[in-house]
Design a protein around this ligand. Structure first.
Ligand code: ATP
Length: 278
């Protein structure tokens, strides 16, 4: 998806919020939009999501299915959570039975089960925000746009945001996220777009080459399957070692090779910028 020379103002005679913004986001990429309050991050996200149209310029290559999660979920609607989500699933093009299954899945994953019959205006801000996340994920989007998704979420739900992002990326989608609270650290591989004076500037990556080492403990009987699955997903598996007490420092600070490992038959040589399964 590409934003080409995008200009936007909210009123005919108002000042331009975006003034020739250019940006491009590829499949499987996530970008975090940064900048001071009022600089135009939400505006940029809404243009990217197709919620508002630019006054000048254009957006090309936007995937057909866009999941849009606004900063404030519009909870002033007289529906229950279940009714609202089912309707959103249907609007996303899911047949009734699939919409029902998708609602069950996301209600469960986001911890919304006890709110199924609660009306939207009665939800707390954080719970409403989870409903917003659920509706965007009911049918996996090719582009997921999240405006300050961590706002109002409790600690457990905050952990879910990177999971959702990862799922979209793994399926070949793209993700745009705004962040003014420094939560970008939760998305270590993200590109960083800085908005200022109506344009977008890409910041240099904060460290590493966009890779991280992830150490995962799995049941011994499931090692082969896990290794196969990770490889099928395009990860490089660096090694497998017997279980036991976890090391004091499971992920080396420099993201480099862990100290003890045994080679996996057929594994390629280890590279510090890779993932590892222990
Ligand atoms: N619906 C609107 N009508 C008129 N002006 C708007 C509207 N939405 C945003 N603006 C103005 O556009 C500018 C950019 O707002 P925007 O919400 O995009 O900034 P932001 O960077 O996301 O801010 P924040 O970090 O506070 O969320 C601001 O001056 C804001 O007042």
């Amino acid at each position: 998806m590409r934003l080409e020379n995008v200009w936007l103002r909210y009123h005919r005679r108002g000042s331009w919020v975006l003034r020739g913004a250019d940006a491009e986001l590829g499949a499987g990429e996530v970008a975090v939009v940064l900048g001071r309050n009022g600089v135009g991050k939400s505006t940029l996200l809404q243009v990217a999501a197709g919620v508002i149209r630019p006054g000048r310029g254009r957006v090309t290559g936007r995937p057909a299915r866009v999941g849009w999660v606004p900063e404030r979920f519009p909870a002033d609607q007289p529906f229950t959570v279940a009714h609202y989500l089912t309707a959103m699933g249907r609007m996303a093009g899911l047949p009734p039975s699939e919409a029902g299954r998708a609602v069950d899945t996301w209600v469960e994953r986001l911890g919304l089960a006890r709110f199924r019959r609660v009306r939207l205006p009665e939800l707390s801000k954080g719970t409403a925000q989870k409903v917003g996340l659920a509706q965007a994920m009911l049918r996996r989007p090719g582009l997921l746009v999240l405006d300050e998704p961590w706002e109002g979420l409790d600690a457990t739900a905050r952990e879910l945001v990177p999971e959702l992002v990862d799922e979209v990326l793994t399926a070949g989608g793209s993700v745009l996220v705004s962040d003014h609270r420094g939560e970008v650290a939760r998305l270590p591989g993200a590109r960083r777009w800085s908005v200022a004076d109506g344009v977008v500037t890409e910041e240099a990556p904060s460290g590493g080459a966009g890779f991280a080492v992830v150490e995962v403990e799995v049941a011994a009987a499931r090692v082969a399957g896990t290794v196969a699955r990770l490889r099928a997903e395009g990860h490089r598996v660096l090694g497998v070692r017997p279980g036991g007490e976890p090391p004091d420092d499971p992920v080396p600070p420099d993201g480099g090779r862990p100290d003890v490992r045994e080679p996996v038959p057929g594994a390629r040589p280890a590279d510090p910028a890779d993932e590892v399964v222990r």
